[in-house]
Design a protein around this ligand. Sequence first.
Ligand code: ATP
Ligand code: MG
Ligand code: MG
Ligand code: MG
Length: 473
Amino acid sequence: MDAHEIRNSYLAFLEQHGHTVIERAPLVPRGDSSTLFNGSGMQSLLPYLLGAEHPNGNRLTDSQPCVRAQDIDDVGDNRHTTFFEMLGNWSLGDYFKEDQIRWFFTFLVDVVGLDASKIFVTCFIGDEENGIPRDTEAADIWQRVFAERGITAEVAVIGSQADGDARGVHPGERIFFYDGGENWWSRGGSLAATPIGDPCGPDSEVFYDFGPEFQDASYGHAHPASDGGQFMEIGNQVFMQYRRLGDGSFEELARRNVDFGGGLERIAAASIGSDDVFRISLLWPIIVALQDLSGRSYDDETTSMRIIADHLRGATFLAVDGVRPSNKEQGYVMRRLLRRAIRLALSLGLTENFFEAVVPVIADLYAADYPEVAASRDEVIAVLVKEENAFRRTLEGGLHALAEYSGSTLTGADVFRLSDTHGFPKELSVEEARRLGIDVDDAWEVGFAEALEEQRARSRGATRLGAAGLPHA
Ligand code: ATP
Ligand code: MG
Ligand code: MG
Ligand code: MG
């Protein structure tokens, strides 16, 4: 199944089980300035998970475009993108663990066609101090659904990620208990950080096993919560069944919720047997366009091409949702994505404008499923191309100035001057200098910081002088 089919069949499958498909939320949260972007399916549904009545009932589903700017440094690996779609379904005081686990497992195995023996899961270990029992309820359900497929699933108690790195997975084990750092959901992030008054609860994560040859040994032994590569997290089921009281203790909730979030791109990758999300139908055509334009191959330029493809896709969707490049907030993140893409494209030899060739490819990937993409296609292309033109001018000025350093050594003070007078980002100066064969001072970062500090001191002095020198009116 490709990503488009997975998205549609997920929504259809949940509809068969009584869910209403709801409209997605915009990437920029409405009436909530606490976060820049919508980073999960549940974010816009929080009021309903906290008890408000949803107009569409108590079984909801959608595919939610998300932006996680906080993942930007992970982009370039095989599984993180700043923009992605999260498949979601919710029970607002309706079904609970049995239905959720069974449905998601059935969807993965019978609808998407994943090999059940490659699915590994995690559950909450329990917390004696706070009187919260181990989630054997979820583990028992998992054991039953695996047994129905003829798979024995042994249980292992791991604890923390570090314990897992040291221990690994023993043969036959498939269900892993982790502590409140891994398998607990609250708005605070962990069990210890659960805010007073908040609903919270154990979660059960689902992983796809690509095989031991995918594990990077520097991470220690492979186990589901390791980032080493063998296991990829494809979904997370949160069971909200507790509330934290004023004295810090936890009470059982009368009205329990399920919040499920699954990575569309990752499920699609598992479905084509690839550990690389960039190989799926929603990303590969962008890579192909970059290969065609640059004449370079993805195998040789994996990281750069991943980052360019991700950043342009993210910026495209941000433009669809009304964000425009600027120097603050969402617009600044968008600008950073675009400039970084342009910068990395230089290393592929793409020194001329290329958005006009790539952005339409991205829009066409979403136009059928997201009518708003089709409707804003031309405008979005124009917005991105305009930003590319503007940055290209900065680039040209900077590169011209940089060329004057050939034959000498570029110091941190020089890098500062280029950024101060030409708006040339410091990483760009250094990377471009190296590409042009100009020597770069090893301690350029120190020199840059000194030059910056000097300028700050100067401007503080100037302000004081200016204030003191004001004529008395
Ligand atoms: P990871 O541990 O891989 O960073 P996560 O635990 O931060 O993922 P969740 O907050 O549980 O992710 O989000 C639910 C699902 O969304 C994940 O199981 C994963 O499939 C998907 N997902 C999360 N972050 C990303 C991302 N940056 N790119 C693609 N998919 C993602
Ligand atoms: Mg993450
Ligand atoms: Mg995770
Ligand atoms: Mg998770």
